[in-house]
Design a binder for this molecule. Structure first.
Ligand SMILES: N[C@@H](CCC(=O)N[C@@H](CS)C(=O)NCC(=O)O)C(=O)O
Length: 118
């Protein structure tokens, strides 16, 4: 089972690489403003998780430079579980008005990013 999952994961990554969406280009001043906002966001993910790939593709389409954190790494996993509540990815950490929100579900994350940055 591990081998099958591993192979499927590699296929997903290769297809994602070949069919990578076009990265949105913005004027430099506009991009700098967005970069300052996205500094307060972080995506907890597994590289080959199809739901995480879906979110990363949406980020690329929107030209969003959001930090990605490997949730398999102990320190990231510990924070995700203790503060977010679940060992599930993708999860978007949102720092807002001095508070931290944890958003699970790929579709919710994509809707949030599209609404905020479109
Ligand atoms: N409906 C979720 C599915 C996410 C999901 O199943 N993620 C898997 C990795 S591909 C996971 O984190 N599984 C661990 C768990 O559910 O505890 C979404 O769209 O984000």
């Amino acid at each position: 089972m591990f081998i099958v999952r591993w192979i499927l994961g590699r296929i997903i990554l290769i297809l994602n690489f070949i069919f990578a969406p076009k990265k949105r280009k913005r004027p430099q001043d506009e991009q700098s403003k967005i970069d300052a906002e996205t500094k307060l966001l972080a995506l907890y993910e597994y590289k080959a998780c199809p739901f995480c790939v879906k979110v990363r593709r949406a980020m690329r389409r929107q030209g969003l430079n959001i930090e990605t954190l490997d949730a398999k790494q102990d320190d990231h996993k510990t924070r995700l579980v203790s503060q977010g509540g679940h060992a599930k990815v993708p999860c978007l950490r949102i720092e807002e008005n001095g508070e931290t929100r944890w958003m699970y579900e790929s579709s919710d994350i994509i809707n949030y990013l599209d609404k905020r940055f479109a």
